[in-house]
Design a protein. Structure first.
Length: 87
């Protein structure tokens, strides 16, 4: 069964106060030259589906529950074991 990673961010036209706070804090911590920081969420799911069914199910979950499509965008991909967040 494939493991799917879903990354969710606020849409570009939506103000991201968390991203702004991180961007403003980085120079004070010695990290210069970082711009346009966006903070979002990362989810990992094991889905019992393959191919077109997998794509349809993940898109349906993202659009219907995992994101707010009015203010958030998402991207998903199938990941291998080396990419797992808990690896």
């Amino acid at each position: 069964m494939p493991r799917v990673a879903v990354d969710v961010l606020l849409k570009r036209e939506i103000l991201d106060p968390q991203g702004r706070a991180v961007e403003e804090a980085l120079p004070g911590l010695g990290y210069e030259g970082v711009h346009e920081v966006r903070v979002g969420k990362h989810l990992e799911l094991v889905v019992e589906a393959e191919g077109e069914e997998l794509a349809a199910r993940v898109d349906a979950m993202c659009q219907g529950f995992l994101t707010n499509p009015v203010i958030e965008s998402y991207r998903w991909r199938v990941i291998d074991e080396s990419e797992r967040a808990d690896a």
